[in-house]
Design a binder for this molecule. Sequence first.
Ligand code: FPP
Length: 261
Amino acid sequence: MLETIKRWMGSAESKGELTLEELTREVRNNPIPRHIGFIMDGNGRWAKKRGLPRTAGHLAGMKRVREIIRSADEIGVEAITLYSFSTENWKRPKEEVEYLMKLPIEFLKSDLQELIDRNVRVQMLGAKEETPTSTYRALVEFEEKTKDNTGLILNFAINYGSRDEILQAIREIIDEVQNGNIDKEQIDEQVVNQHLLTRGLPDPDLIIRTSGEMRISNFLLWQIAYSELWFTEALWPDFGREAFYQAIYDFQNRSRRYGAV
Ligand code: FPP
């Protein structure tokens, strides 16, 4: 019996036995998730294992961001959302926060042209106006220079927290009711969606979290009601194209029932 169960599980979740070439072919031959969210965790541990400062882990993490953008673009994913800095991350040591705030500026210098060439549209989720001026300028420049692009939507969740986002939506909806624009009875899921930072985007089909932690950490709480969750022990700086396509392959082999049978 146990062997039978193991066989069933084996067919539902692959075991990484395919080569990258086979995996890419399989993934391309099946429906691609439209929107994928990433909780990029484990940069600090990756650095510690190598006797490096935590910032070295974040730099290595940024290089993986580049690889994931390319990999998503090449198989036709519509949107990816990268949890890059949460509203709770301000509690980290000052030097680490400063370093994390510099990364978008570095990324702008190194990658903006490639993103434009790939027709990627960059958007921000979160209170970017509360970031340091130089970071804010880089974030706005990303958005401005790519706003007419029609390919992959690349959302950087920076200074983002899902509960804050929901609270803001509640306040805006109350204003709408008080101004007489809508009745209380008209508030439905669509109205809420329109007041979230992700308005216009499909809900994520798949959420990937690295580093073995099995938490959502205040990321897209409303939007992930029916998302598939995929966790890996790999630390973010070790998470590359192969692991990403493996996650999509596993996703494609799951059955989504949305509460039905
Ligand atoms: C969590 O790992 C990671 C972060 C808080 C930062 C993630 C940022 C990047 C991967 C780079 C983003 C790039 C751009 C261009 C914005 P952790 O530090 O909590 O790791 P730990 O749990 O091992 O300590």
